[in-house]
Write a protein that binds this ligand. Structure first.
Ligand code: AMP
Length: 190
């Protein structure tokens, strides 16, 4: 079983790359952002709760996010491995994920980070916002808030996974195919 955390700032290309990697390595792709958006679209209680945080570019509270993620893992008991996209985003989430996987005699194999400059990513998100319909992609102030959330709460995970010798940075600038190739090289070296 291999379990990969795809790590990176908003707009780094995690979702795009996950689409290629999940088929190539037979992994179950779990994007917490996508799961929240699905719940918002279907007007569930979880969706109602998550919406205001997401629309403002704030993180959804840990307790809610962790519970949701665990239930998604449990729904995929027969999976050959997971590709976590957008989770964990806080130290508490990372610790909860480690503890949860340990109860299944499992663990994170590697955290692979797509690296790119903030200003390039902000322009990319504004461009995506023209067609994605995502409120949080359309307003520069909200995008900047997402980066602030990232810097304060998510960036410390680099050290968390580096200490476990599981952190692999990859250059996230290039064509989609080039970046898939870089990620594949890391995955195949594990
Ligand atoms: P994403 O699609 O990964 O960019 O996530 C969009 C939004 O969903 C984020 O800005 C947060 O509001 C929320 N979200 C997604 N994943 C998480 C997470 N692991 N923890 C907290 N909030 C999250």
């Amino acid at each position: 079983m291999i379990n990969i955390v795809l790590f990176g700032k908003p707009g780094a290309g995690k979702g795009t790359q996950a689409e290629f990697l999940k088929g190539k390595y037979n992994l179950t792709h779990l994007s917490t952002g996508d799961i929240f958006r699905f719940n918002i679209k279907n007007d569930t209680d979880l969706g109602k709760l998550a919406k205001s945080y997401m629309d403002n570019g704030d993180l959804v509270p840990d307790e809610v996010t962790i519970k949701m993620l665990q239930s998604e893992v449990d729904k995929n008991q027969d999976s050959a491995g997971f590709l976590f996209d957008g989770f964990p985003r806080t130290i508490a989430q990372a610790q909860a994920l480690d503890a949860f996987l340990a109860t299944k005699d499992d663990k994170i194999t590697a955290t692979i980070a797509l690296e790119a400059d903030d200003e390039i990513l902000i322009q990319r998100l504004l461009e995506r916002g023209k067609t994605s319909g995502r409120v949080d992609d359309q307003d520069e102030e909200k995008i900047r808030n997402r980066y602030q959330e990232y810097n304060e709460k998510t960036a410390p995970l680099m050290e968390y996974y580096t200490k476990q010798n599981k952190f692999y940075p990859v250059n996230g600038i290039g064509s989609i195919a080039e970046i898939t190739e870089r990620l594949s090289t890391v995955i195949e070296s594990l």
